[in-house]
Design a protein around this ligand. Structure first.
Ligand code: 13P
Ligand code: SF4
Length: 309
């Protein structure tokens, strides 16, 4: 059985679209209709005419697609594909946190559950975070959740103080600064590029900081350079396609002494077989309670609107 061909045929028969994140396995990226970062994926989900959305990513991404498309079937190949960052923000605790900071504008990074989005005024991704925060009048205090590293980066870049939720991504916090310096000493001509979910000391070494799409774009703009890449290793697939001759070195992580790669175990739960199965059986489906969905839709739509300009 040719799994790829079978998926493509099933997709046509069922009028389905496959949206995949850059951290997905290469073979999944290859059969997707669109591969992108969180913002690009939300924009595609908002405009699709497909009846079924297969979301090859993690749960918060599929939930966002469902919030935007209540009448479509949204399917996640593996329901366990969560996110350590989203998990660090529990709705009851967050509600208490918000209550403790009345009059604050609540901005949440898209890596959170539908319940958290429903408590937010604005949602942002790593590619539009500076713009979204900049859209709030300077005299308005802001709560930013759940990623403290992205939050600190925004504070640094905008000069604004925000009340930060104490959450982080286990994958990006795994990068080891000492090993990174060692690798850079071996390749002094290489440029370090990093995702803003990385810790401050990693970001300080970076020549470029941005979303996954931003990092790919930066590499494309500098094809004659060599790069040390501080984000999930799945991104290298698209980078290699865009700049085949460029040397790309994954940033080393703390734990791993055998391989330099940082993998998101949640993203890697999706496999080609699971993509086929979920399309065939149209399950597991993502559902969001209507009361939550309606509230969560408002800050997502605000984000999409602000991202147009
Ligand atoms: P991007 O929006 O930059 O693709 O980030 C998604 C993510 O989960 C990073 O860990
Ligand atoms: Fe979540 Fe981190 Fe995985 Fe991104 S890399 S999905 S933030 S656990």
């Amino acid at each position: 059985m040719d799994l790829k061909q079978d998926i493509l045929q099933l997709k046509r028969e069922k009028n389905a679209v496959i949206l995949a994140h850059y951290y997905q396995r290469p073979e999944i990226q290859e059969i997707a209709d669109y591969v992108g970062d969180s913002l690009g994926l939300s924009q595609k989900a908002a405009e699709t005419h497909a009846d079924i959305i297969v979301f090859a990513g993690v749960r918060f991404m599929a939930e966002t697609a469902k919030i935007l498309n209540p009448d479509k079937k949204v399917i996640l190949p593996d329901l366990d594909a969560g996110c350590s960052l989203a998990d660090s923000c529990v709705p009851n605790d967050f509600a208490t946190f918000v209550r403790a900071h009345p009059d604050h504008t609540v901005i949440t990074y898209i890596n959170c559950s539908a319940e958290i989005k429903a408590m937010s005024d604005l949602v942002c991704t790593s590619s539009n975070a500076l713009k979204i925060v900049g859209s709030v009048p300077k005299d308005r205090p802001i709560i930013f959740a759940p990623d403290k590293n992205l939050g600190k980066y925004i504070e640094e870049r905008t000069g604004r103080n925000m009340v930060l939720w104490d959450g982080s991504c286990a994958v990006h916090e795994a990068f080891c600064i000492d090993k990174l310096i060692e690798v850079h000493q071996k390749h002094p001509e290489a440029l370090i590029i990093a995702h803003p979910e990385s810790e401050e000391h990693i970001l300080k070494t970076a020549k470029y900081i941005g979303s996954t799409a931003g990092m790919i774009h930066y590499v494309e703009q500098h094809p004659d350079k060599k790069f040390i890449v501080a984000t999930e290793v799945g991104i290298l697939h698209e980078m290699k396609k865009k700049v085949p001759g460029t040397e790309l070195i994954p940033a080393p992580s703390k734990e791993d002494n055998t391989c330099a790669c940082s993998e998101c175990g949640f993203m890697k739960l999706n496999t080609l077989q699971k993509v086929y199965d979920c399309l065939f059986y149209e399950t597991p489906r993502i559902n969001v309670a209507e009361t939550i969905r309606k509230k969560a839709l408002i800050p997502i739509q605000r984000m999409l609107e602000l991202s147009k300009a």
